[in-house]
Ligand binder design. Structure first.
Ligand code: C5P
Length: 267
């Protein structure tokens, strides 16, 4: 049995530069990862896929789950006949801008690579990841990186450090495609040398769909010790970096609205 973590990804900045002819958008983003998220358990055996954890129900019935897509793509690419028993512990909210499904797909590729003796940096894994979603290559890399193109062209960089983070999601699923569709088409400029000084250009369109995101951002900014606050991806999850674990814990204790939250660290 292989245990593979599927940590949440954050976009510390996300600049949308242009709409492309293929329906995607060219972005410039700083991906980062936290130390908590979903978890995958994979073994060879009778084919079986089970989902447990607090967000299992939200995924149930979705036959096109990215984990199974990743398994099929891996088996085809590497000529694997063996069936797999796969268990997904779903701890991250669905459609929430922190890459849950992408992290799960990347963890599936990593777990199967370990199980079948494929090198983790095999370029074929990254090519498969690319076909599974724009954020899957970043999740496969699992390291702070600048992402260009759809987000799949990656350059590892140093992150802001092992800082305490609080993730907050108001419980409204937001479709990434819907948010990109509402982007106003205005190029507000490149990500620059200091991405933290940048923006998330998807915040405005996401707030049109889920105005409560504004309340989450305001709440996070009001927490003592919150040094940096932003929405991740296409939302609705927002995050704050904190000066100390104590300040993060105090903010988590002050959370009174029933919003989902996760106390974690930047990886
Ligand atoms: O790549 P992925 O399947 O995760 O993207 C979901 C949707 O988000 C795409 O179908 C597209 O509408 C939108 N998207 C985009 N530009 C990106 C990434 C995603 O327009 N860079």
């Amino acid at each position: 049995m292989i245990l593979e973590p599927a940590p949440a990804k954050l976009n510390l900045a996300l600049h949308v530069r242009r709409r492309r002819a293929d329906g995607y958008h060219d972005i410039e983003t700083l991906f980062a990862f936290v130390t908590d998220g979903d978890e995958l358990r994979v073994a060879t055996g009778v084919a079986r896929f089970a989902i447990s954890g607090p967000f299992a129900l939200a995924l149930a019935g979705e036959g096109s789950n990215l984990v199974l897509k990743a398994e099929r793509a891996f088996a085809k690419e590497f000529g694997i006949d063996a069936a797999h028993r796969i268990e997904l512990v779903k701890r991250l909210p669905i459609a929430s801008g922190i890459g849950g499904g992408s992290a799960d797909a990347a963890a599936t590729l990593r777990a199967l690579a370990r199980l079948h003796g494929v090198a983790i940096d095999d370029p074929r894994l990254f090519a498969l990841a690319d076909t599974l979603g724009s954020d899957v290559p970043a999740c496969l890399l699992g390291h702070t990186a600048i992402g260009l193109g759809r987000g799949e062209q990656l350059r590892p960089v140093a992150g802001p450090g092992h800082l305490p983070v609080l993730l907050v999601n108001p419980g409204v699923p937001v479709s990434t495609a819907d948010v990109f569709r509402r982007w106003d088409g205005v190029d507000r400029g490149p990500i620059g040398d200091d991405p933290l000084a940048g923006r998330n250009d998807l915040e405005a369109p996401a707030r049109e769909i889920a105005p409560v995101i504004g309340d989450v951002l305001d709440w996070l900014r009001a927490q003592p010790g919150a040094s940096f606050v932003r929405m991740s991806g296409s939302g609705a999850t927002c995050f704050a970096l904190f000066d100390s674990v104590e300040a993060r814990a105090a903010a988590a204790r002050a959370m009174h609205r029933g919003w989902w939250h996760l106390e974690t660290m930047l990886a």
